[in-house]
Design a protein around this ligand. Structure first.
Ligand code: BG6
Length: 483
C-alpha cells in the first residue's frame, strides 16, 4: 500500500460572479406546477434579495392556463413557499415586478413564436441582447417536445454574435430507464452544446455534500485511511418523515429506486468514494464522479434477494393519485461494492424511505477496529465518521477514550462540528438558490454530466429488470424498521 504525498487540494477558485450581471431572462415552462412555487421562485427571490441577480432580469412563466396579469400574481403569491418574515415585503413586491406570464401550449409552435416576440420586446426595452435560461418544470414525458420546439423556433440561438447565451435546465428523473435516458441525451446533444445543458440533481448543491470533498482532501489525517484497509463499510441514508404530500400521481409510476436511488443516493456515494480530481475544475470533478459510478458492481438477478430490499408503507395505496393496487416501493435498501483496489470488498449500503419516524440524510463511514480483529463487525467498537447532510448539518466522529479509574476500560465519545454552532456557517445557501446561481454564471460542477447519468442508469437497470421478482415488504408509517 502506498500513500500519496500530493499537495492537499483545499479550495476551488471563487467563481466569477460578475458574469451573472449581464441582463438575463429566466423562462419557466410549467410555472403553475409545484416545483416552481416550492423551489424555483423562492430561490430566485432569495438571490434577488441578496442582490445576486443582474439588475436587468426578468422571469417569464409559460403554461397552458389563461391568466390576467393580476390573476397570475395572485396565483403565484398564494403558492410561494416562503416562511412569514423570511423576506422583506418590499423585496417580494419588487421581485414580482420582474415576473410576467405567457400563456402557451407546449406542443404548438405558435406559442413559441409568441414567446420569442415577448423576449424581443424585453430585449428592445433594455436595449441589449440578454441571456436566456430555459427551465423545464414539467413532467419528463414533455421534455422532448419542448426541447425540439425551443430549438426549431430559434429560441436557443443567441440574439447577437458573441452575446446573449442560451442555456437549458433539465430536472431529474433524466429518463425513466436507460433507453429513455439515452434518447433524451442524444436529442439534447443534437440540439445544444454540452456547455448549454444543465442537468439538475439538487443533492449536488447541498452544502454538506460539497463539504465532503473539502473535508476529505483538506485534512491529511483522513485521506490516507480512505480505503479498504481501514474502512469497514459505508452507510448512506436518506429518510423522510413525509409521504406523498399530493405528489402521488408523479411518484407512483417512478418509485424510490428511480426517484432518489438512481440520482441523489448514487451522487452521495460518488462524493464519498471518488478519487482525488487532478484539480477542482468542474470537468475534473465530474470525471472522477463518473469513474466511480462506472465501477459499481452490478447486482445480478441471482444476488438480488440478498442485496436489495424494497418496501411500501401501509396506507400508500390510498394516497391521492396512487393506484389502489400499486406495488410501487417507497423504501429501498441496496448493498453494492466498487470494483477498485481502493474499495475492494467494502460494502456500500444505500437506504431510503418515505413515511419514516424522522427526516434525516446522513452518511456513516465505519472504520475497521484494529485492537480486536474479532470486533470489526461490532458497531459498538468502531470509529464512525458521520456527515449529516440535513437537518442539523454537521460532521461528527465517534472515538474511544479510557474511562477514568483503576481499570483499563474504554468508552465512546463524540467530536462534533455543527453548522448551527458557528454563526457564519449557519447561513447555508439553499440548494436551488445555489443551482440557479451557478447556471447564471455557467459553472457546471453541481450539475450531472452525461457520463454520470449513464453510469448510474447502467447500475440501476439490471436491478429494475428483475424488480417485480423482489417481494414488497410492508412497513408502518412513523416506524423506522422495515421487517
Ligand atoms: C426529490 C424527490 O428529488 O428529492 C422527492 O423527487 C424527495 O421525492 C426529495 O422528497 C428530497 O429532497 P430534499 O431536498 O427535500 O431532501
Amino acid at each position: 500500500m502506498s500513500f500519496t504525498n500530493k499537495p492537499i487540494l483545499i479550495e476551488k477558485p471563487v467563481s466569477d460572479q460578475t458574469a451573472a450581471l449581464h441582463p438575463t431572462i429566466f423562462i419557466i415552462f410549467g410555472i403553475t406546477g409545484d416545483l416552481a412555487s416550492r423551489k424555483l421562485l423562492p430561490a430566485l427571490l432569495a438571490l434577488y434579495s441578496k442582490k445576486l441577480l443582474p439588475t436587468r432580469f426578468a422571469v417569464i412563466g409559460f403554461s397552458r392556463r389563461p391568466f390576467s396579469r393580476e390573476g397570475f400574481r395572485e396565483f403565484i403569491r398564494e403558492r410561494l413557499n416562503v416562511r412569514p418574515g423570511q423576506f422583506k415585503e418590499e423585496d417580494i413586491k419588487h421581485f414580482f415586478d420582474h415576473i410576467s406570464y405567457e400563456q402557451g401550449f407546449f406542443d404548438q409552435s405558435e406559442s413559441y413564436v409568441r414567446l420569442m416576440g415577448k423576449l424581443k420586446v424585453i430585449d428592445d426595452r433594455w436595449g441589449q441582447c440578454s441571456n436566456k435560461l430555459f427551465h423545464l418544470s414539467v413532467p419528463p414525458n414533455l421534455y422532448e417536445g419542448i426541447l425540439r420546439q425551443i430549438s426549431e423556433s430559434g429560441l436557443s440561438k443567441p440574439c447577437a454574435q458573441g452575446l446573449g447565451w442560451t442555456r437549458v435546465l433539465i430536472e431529474k428523473p433524466f429518463g425513466n430507464d436507460i433507453t429513455m435516458a439515452r434518447t433524451l441525451d442524444k436529442l439534447l446533444s443534437k440540439l445544444f452544446k454540452e456547455e448549454q445543458i444543465f442537468r439538475i440533481d439538487h443533492y449536488l448543491a447541498k452544502e454538506v455534500l460539497q463539504n465532503i470533498l473539502s473535508f476529505r482532501f483538506s485534512n491529511s489525517i483522513f485521506e490516507p485511511l480512505w480505503r479498504t484497509e481501514f474502512i469497514d463499510k459505508v452507510h448512506i441514508k436518506l429518510f423522510e418523515r413525509t409521504g406523498m404530500e399530493g405528489r402521488g400521481a408523479f411518484y407512483d409510476p417512478i418509485g424510490a429506486l428511480r426517484d432518489v436511488g438512481q440520482n441523489h443516493m448514487l451522487m452521495i456515494l460518488a462524493f464519498i468514494a471518488m478519487d482525488r480530481p487532478k484539480s477542482l475544475t468542474s470537468e475534473n470533478i465530474r470525471l472522477e464522479r463518473a469513474k466511480i459510478l462506472n465501477k459499481l458492481e452490478k447486482i445480478s438477478s441471482s444476488k438480488l434477494r440478498d442485496m436489495v430490499i424494497k418496501g411500501q408503507y401501509n396506507g400508500y395505496t390510498v394516497e391521492p393519485g396512487v393506484a389502489p393496487s400499486s406495488h410501487t416501493e417507497t423504501y429501498i435498501r441496496l448493498e453494492t461494492r466498487i470494483d477498485s483496489s481502493r474499495w475492494k470488498n467494502v460494502p456500500f449500503y444505500l437506504e431510503s424511505g418515505k413515511g419514516f419516524s424522522e427526516s434525516k440524510t446522513e452518511i456513516d463511514v465505519y472504520f475497521k477496529n484494529f485492537d480486536d480483529k474479532k470486533s470489526v463487525h461490532n458497531p459498538e467498537k468502531q470509529n464512525i465518521l458521520t456527515f449529516r447532510i440535513q437537518p442539523d448539518e454537521g460532521i461528527k466522529i465517534r472515538f474511544f477514550v479510557k474511562t477514568p479509574g483503576y481499570n483499563f476500560q474504554t468508552e465512546s465519545k463524540t467530536l462534533k462540528f455543527k453548522y448551527s454552532d458557528v454563526p457564519t456557517f449557519s447561513i447555508i445557501p439553499n440548494d436551488y438558490e445555489r443551482l440557479i446561481h451557478d447556471a447564471f454564471i455557467g459553472d457546471q460542477t453541481l450539475f450531472a454530466s452525461t457520463a454520470e447519468i449513464m453510469a448510474s442508469w447502467k447500475f440501476i437497470t439490471p436491478i429494475l429488470e428483475n424488480w417485480s421478482k423482489l417481494p414488497l415488504k410492508k412497513y408502518e408509517r412513523g416506524v423506522r424498521e422495515v421487517e
